[in-house]
Design a protein around this ligand. Sequence first.
Ligand code: ATP
Length: 242
Amino acid sequence: MSLALRNVSRTFNGTTAVKGVNLEVEPGEIIGLLGTSGCGKSTLLRAISGLDPEYDGEIEINGNVSREIQDTASFIFQEPRLLPWLNVLDNVTFGLTGKRKDKENKAIDYLESVGLSDKDALYPRELSGGMAQRVAIARALVTSPEILLLDEPFSALDAFTKMQLQDLLLDVWKKYQSTIVMVTHDIDEAMYLCDRVVILKGQPGEVEREIRIEQKRPRDRGSEYLAHLKSEILDCLDLNKK
Ligand SMILES: Nc1ncnc2c1ncn2[C@@H]1O[C@H](COP(=O)(O)OP(=O)(O)OP(=O)(O)O)[C@@H](O)[C@H]1O
């Protein structure tokens, strides 16, 4: 699914949070929105999803300008937001329509993709943080979204689980080829996952720079290329102490 933001700005009560954002995203691309706290990254995701239609400018999805809630989009948040009274299987089938058996079969396929096919009967309180976030990924994918919007999806997890889930995201992306826009604070994560990183800066937040990551995936987290890029990104965010 293609996506274009044209001169998108959002003002809350007279204060502009994010200003003049232009972005063209190709189908199947993974885009990272990176920037310091408060520069409007989540605000942009909400505008793209249609949850917040009160922005200025234009957002075009698959060639159509729209401010509607996007049925073809799924969100994954920092916390899994599972329904505590439903087991894993029912959390994944929750947003689906159709016959119960068909919904369950579909959910089981996606639970298998995230390595949880044997955990379908567990309740959210019985899951680790990483397992719960895997369920959230399965729930987001089961509706076959054309665009996945991720808002710091791994930032609440320990370093090892985070790396595992980043690889899992790439595996499921390879299989389903959704377009992905992800907000992150984590420069390493953005460089490991994304085709392009859009750096936002300031208040109001504006696009400072776009960096294309030329290295093919799977990437070597410790490569010189990524170390060099990281330094460039830190410079751009004025975070490099020289
Ligand atoms: N509903 C709202 N009402 C008023 N102000 C808002 C609202 N949503 C966001 N803002 C303001 O817009 C600015 C950008 O917020 P946003 O959450 O998009 O930033 P962010 O870059 O995602 O930050 P963080 O990285 O800390 O999550 C902030 O100053 C915030 O206070």
